[in-house]
Ligand binder design. Sequence first.
Ligand code: MN
Length: 442
Amino acid sequence: MVSEINNKIKESVQKFLEVSKNKEIQIISHFDTDGITSATIMIKTLKKLDKTFSIKIIKNLEREMVYSLPKNKITIFLDLASGSLNHISNTELENVFIIDHHKINQDIPKNVTIINPELHDKQKISSSGLTYLFCKEIDKENKEFAKLAILGMIGDSLDKEISKLNNGILNDSEIKIKHGAKIYPSTRPLNCALEYNSSPFIPGVTGNVKGVLELLRDANINPKQKGYPSLLELNKEEMEKLVTAITLRIPKSNSEEIVGDIYLLKFYNKLEDAREISSKINACSKINNPNIALQFCMEIPTAKQKSEAIYVKYRQHIVSALKFIEKTEKIQGKGYMIVNTKENIKPTIIETAASIISKSKVYDNGTAIVAIAYEESKIKISAHRVGDSGRNVKQLLTETTTKFQTEVNGHEFAAGALIDKQHEEPFLKELKKNLEIEIVRV
Ligand SMILES: [Mn+2]
């Protein structure tokens, strides 16, 4: 049976091919892995069609930006814009295409063609997956881009949904799947993988060489002549022992968080762990430069070393940030933990570190984690909620920052804000007060 969204994709492709004849195209995509992979699929497809296009990678779609776009081009928004339809309906952009999976905030304006599962079956699929289906509808040969769709799925933490996709992406992608501990990269020696791995975050092991060696000893995995084996080289018994040793160090975890599918794909002609590639794209884009992330994603030779250098640094920053948070003084109470890292953690890293901590099983479900870092004359606040229920951290930050004139971004389980450093003390006071009075809603 052909699903509703498939029909929508077919229709949209027909319309796109019609209206884009002899017209320039502008692509605007999000700066995370899903956005970058979506953009790459689109760029490669348009190149094959010999179209003229430009590309912008952005963090947020701001009103001014939408207004500043040339009106007579074909505009394609990828992995964003579903929540900005109000801005788009007020512009005179002639032809807008949106491929996205975020929440839709209003009726679809006349100038917009939108592909979004929120309007159909609400299937959990990344924008890269949708962009892939769109581009494969343009040309079946575009099957070669399926692996990019998978990387985007992983980037958006939709790994568990990959095996449920019933639209051929997985088959098209020629990805190899293995089962085992989700420590990545599974292709490199285990001691290195464990030291820099942060999802799952293993207390006493992540970022701790001594802890890594102890864990490997407990699992009875010993170095061979050329060093420790990679995860992929383990036999069944060794894998089981490794999983047990990890589980013992994260007692509150459930097995799904430790064990799962490992995805292997060819990248720059080498078999690589998809989690590693996805994480590298994310790091390059967010920490350094979205252009390098795009070039890496397109497997352009000159981008390989550059991206590796950025990624190595990024992982070191993350690991030392986690170590710092583990050791430093925290403000803790019932259902919350506040950590003010001041100038010790880079503002570009704090959000990722807080997110890892919130997923780490070190804190109980429902706990609100608020991490703070200095960003020049401002302080950056990143709030996360552990698990599926508990405080709405966006609401918490919104209520706490009303006096300090700022905008809170995010959702109920992860939110962020930037306020002037002069408000640091009053903010912390207000935050503590709000955390103390708010009763966890079940
Ligand atoms: Mn996405």
